[in-house]
Design a protein around this ligand. Structure first.
Ligand code: UDP
Length: 483
């Protein structure tokens, strides 16, 4: 009897770093477990990962990229605008969404050619369930967030507890969850807050429907991090799920973790040698993901808060296209000269996983994007939480109230497109949170809880660990069900 071919799985991520990075890592993880993994990318995004995939192939892994063109011209977007990070105004959002819908045909063509055994497609492509089923292929959904946020979202959208409050700042409780979680309307998306069904809400309905019809959901998280919610998601929300992360641990060495490809002002060796000159747990890493941007006034406030804290730091400032010409007026006079040796600013893209894994890093100020949180958890680093939008306000509560591995900086409201003078968090609050995390009586306990979680994360992906076993179970099931 001839040996059946390897399981072949397609991975189709949304065009945003917070979705591309974990999906590519996931594909590589599957390849490490003997699967043939094909990642569907647009040319600009493919360039960010091509070196990594080449390295994997040299190691004998069957990982490859297939390209589909991104129809930016068809929707009236500038050339090369293939990533949510290129969006600089809310008006561009519907266009890029329209473009992602147009990816259906080219994907279908590839599915017909290759006939993979399974399609893992981002939640942003609700049409993928139907397209896959037409070809008899099971579709798995990927959200890029944890079970905890998916459960909170489920309860908020089903039960609408925010309807019980009079004002945007009044606190309400999200009912029926394993923990008591309180929120305000200011921390929720616009379409929930203003109660009108805009295109986003209709889109989310489609996503939920497609997910219910899909084969199940792959979650980049590990059971021990959110046990009650991984059960709740299965039992109450009613989804078939597999917790298979943290997928960032599929990166083997510094070369992998550096994630070259994005533009940056620093070379990772420079960053590492700077960190090597510092004491363990003595540096705060400050980064707000791939999409968040700040007003000039807020950036200035952060600079002053960091300076006043007296702590050492690496601060990543995303280059926002609309601010490129501003000549760095967001920095206090002679800031970098004054803080030489104590703090560095990375303009553009930082080698985040590499930095977080360094023993000199003792704290992480984060916008609470799920990947950042999971990477912080995995590295055993306690966090300062500063949520901006999306499900980040939910994630904050997981870090500060449930896992108790961080302190909140006091952000109260959504900030997606900040105007130029708005300050969301004052320098005094930044300074206070930094002091509390890096240098207070509770700091040691918080740190040791974070370290314990980091050890659990690593154990989860080792042979016999929870994520390892969940992935084995998933692969066995696919193997049994394939045609
Ligand atoms: N990231 C990075 N360097 C940066 C900014 C972000 O490597 O300078 C990575 C980070 O490690 C994470 C992803 O980009 O894997 C961001 O995802 P997250 O969910 O944290 O936030 P988002 O960008 O989606 O808001």
């Amino acid at each position: 009897v001839s040996k059946p071919h390897k399981l072949h799985i397609y991975f189709f991520p949304m065009i945003a770093s917070g979705h591309l990075i974990p999906m590519v890592d996931m594909a590589r993880l599957f390849a490490q477990r003997g699967v043939k993994a094909t990642i569907i990318l647009t040319p600009f995004n493919a360039a960010l990962f091509s070196k990594t995939i080449e390295r994997d192939r040299e190691l004998g892994l069957e990982t490859s990229i297939r390209l589909i063109n991104f129809p930016f011209a068809e929707v009236g977007m500038p050339e090369g605008c293939e990533n949510l990070s290129s969006i600089t105004s809310p008006e561009m959002f519907p266009k890029i969404f329209k473009a992602t819908e147009l990816l259906q045909q080219p994907l279908e063509k590839l599915l017909e050619e290759d006939r993979p055994d399974c399609l893992v497609a981002d939640m942003y492509f609700p049409w993928a369930t139907e397209v896959a089923s037409k070809h008899g292929i099971p579709r798995l959904a990927f959200h890029g967030t944890g079970a905890y946020a998916l459960c909170v979202h489920h309860v908020i959208s089903q039960q609408e507890p925010y309807k019980n409050v009079e004002s945007d700042s009044e606190v309400f409780t999200v009912p029926d969850l394993p923990d008591t979680i309180t929120m305000t309307k200011r921390q929720l998306p616009d379409h929930i807050r203003d109660g009108t069904k805009n295109h986003m809400e209709k889109f989310i309905e489609k996503v939920t429907e497609a997910e219910m019809k899909s084969y199940g959901v792959l979650v980049n998280s590990f059971h021990e991090l959110e046990p009650a919610y991984s059960e709740y998601y299965k039992e109450v929300v009613g989804r078939r799920t597999w917790h298979i992360g943290p997928v960032s641990l599929s990166n083997r060495d510094n070369e992998d973790k550096a994630r070259r490809g994005n533009k940056t002002s620093i070379d990772e060796h420079e960053c590492l040698s700077w960190l090597a000159s510092k004491k363990p747990n003595s540096v705060l890493y400050v980064c707000f993901g791939s999409l968040s941007s700040f007003s000039t006034a807020q950036l200035l406030e952060i600079a002053m808060g960091l300076e006043a804290s007296g702590q050492q730091f690496i601060w990543v400032v995303r280059k926002d296209k609309s601010k490129e010409k501003e000549n760095e007026e967001w920095l206090p006079e002679a800031f970098e000269q004054r803080l030489e040796g104590r703090g560095i600013i990375i303009r553009g893209w930082a080698p985040q996983v590499l930095i977080l894994d360094h023993e000199s890093v003792g704290g992480f100020m984060t916008h609470c994007g799920w990947n950042s949180i999971l990477e912080g958890v995995t590295a055993g680093v306690p966090m300062i939480t500063w949520p901006h939008f999306a499900e980040q306000f939910y994630n904050e509560k997981l870090v500060t109230n449930i896992l108790r591995v961080g302190v909140g900086v006091g952000a109260q409201e959504w900030c997606r497109w900040p105007d130029d003078c708005k300050i969301y968090v004052k320098k005094e609050d930044i300074e206070k949170a930094v002091a509390q995390l890096m240098d207070s009586e509770e700091a040691e306990e918080t740190r040791s809880r974070a370290k314990a979680l980091g050890a659990m994360a690593k154990k989860a992906v080792e042979k016999g660990g929870s994520s390892y076993s969940d992935l084995s179970a998933f692969l066995e099931e696919l193997e049994l069900n394939r045609n």
